[in-house]
Design a protein around this ligand. Structure first.
Ligand SMILES: *[C@@H]1O[C@H](CO)[C@@H](O)[C@H](O)[C@H]1NC(C)=O
Ligand SMILES: *[C@@H]1O[C@H](CO)[C@@H](O)[C@H](O)[C@H]1NC(C)=O
Ligand SMILES: *[C@@H]1O[C@H](CO)[C@@H](O)[C@H](O)[C@H]1NC(C)=O
Length: 231
């Protein structure tokens, strides 16, 4: 769309050129105009890349933390902990990112992150009753939750900078369905499935951000190339 506006300006410029006009001055102005838009496009492109890189880096960190967290989790649940994670549990957010357009997929990442937060909190509360207060598991759960909130904030900023005219993403409507009171066995199963699904989701997010890099940050480069061809 940006390119469209730029080429309109260019046309008006060419119409101006039919007025008797120093052709040296005209080409000087033309070079100035194209040069400044090119610089602006390059800098926007770089901002897009940096913002995406920061988001990718944090996603990778939280994913790594979640892998370690699951190991600690299994180690601290006693016997049969491997089995806990294989049971299927209802009403946990799925790990799939949905949507066709890049904007929809970024919103899906954001709303999914938000949907996981109450579940991570519930797992923390349950494990507080099951573990010693000094447990490594509680510390790791805290880190993952904290970094995930930062990640959601970065995703939101990235989205707003890419799509300043679209509405700010809001967490999906309706209350999150948290499980009813659970016995200790159910809690152990629930916790493992939440953490495992969250880890899968983060792995999907990492992949998605790689795809987005070529879709959203390069698009601006094409405009750049177009302008170059016009000179
Ligand atoms: C992302 O991580 C890489 C490698 O760990 C690092 O070199 C780079 O500076 C980081 N980029 C940002 C924007 O945080
Ligand atoms: C997630 O996607 C996979 C394949 O991409 C599909 O088989 C699965 O049913 C999806 N799960 C949900 C909960 O949408
Ligand atoms: C996300 O992860 C799940 C489970 O690992 C998988 O079924 C699904 O196809 C993945 N991909 C996307 C794009 O959501």
């Amino acid at each position: 769309m940006n390119g469209h506006v730029k080429s309109m300006h260019f046309q008006q410029f060419m119409e101006l050129a039919t007025i008797p006009f120093s052709s040296a001055l005209l080409s000087f102005l033309l070079v100035m105009a194209v040069d400044s838009t090119r610089t602006a496009a390059a800098s926007r492109n770089q901002q897009c890349g940096n913002s995406l890189q920061r988001t990718s880096n944090l996603t990778r960190l939280v994913h790594k933390e979640s892998v370690d967290l699951i190991k600690t989790y299994k180690a601290s649940q006693g016997e049969m902990s491997e089995l806990f994670c294989k049971v299927s549990v209802n009403n946990i957010p799925d790990p799939n990112i949905s949507g066709m357009e890049p904007s929809e997929r970024i919103v899906s990442i954001y709303t999914h992150l938000q949907a996981f937060f109450p579940h991570l909190k519930r797992v923390y509360e349950q494990q507080t009753d099951l573990q010693l207060p000094t447990s490594q598991l509680l510390t790791q759960l805290n880190h993952v939750s904290g970094h995930s909130k930062n990640l959601a904030a970065l995703v939101k900023i990235f989205y707003q900078s890419l799509f300043p005219n679209l509405p700010v993403p809001v967490p999906a409507g309706g209350p999150t369905t948290l499980p009813p009171p659970q016995n200790v066995f159910q809690q152990k199963v629930y916790g493992c499935v939440v953490l495992k699904t969250y880890k899968e989701f983060l792995s999907n997010v990492s992949q998605e951000l790689k795809t987005l890099r070529s879709q959203v940050c390069r698009r601006r480069k094409q405009i750049n190339t177009l302008l170059l061809r016009m000179t």
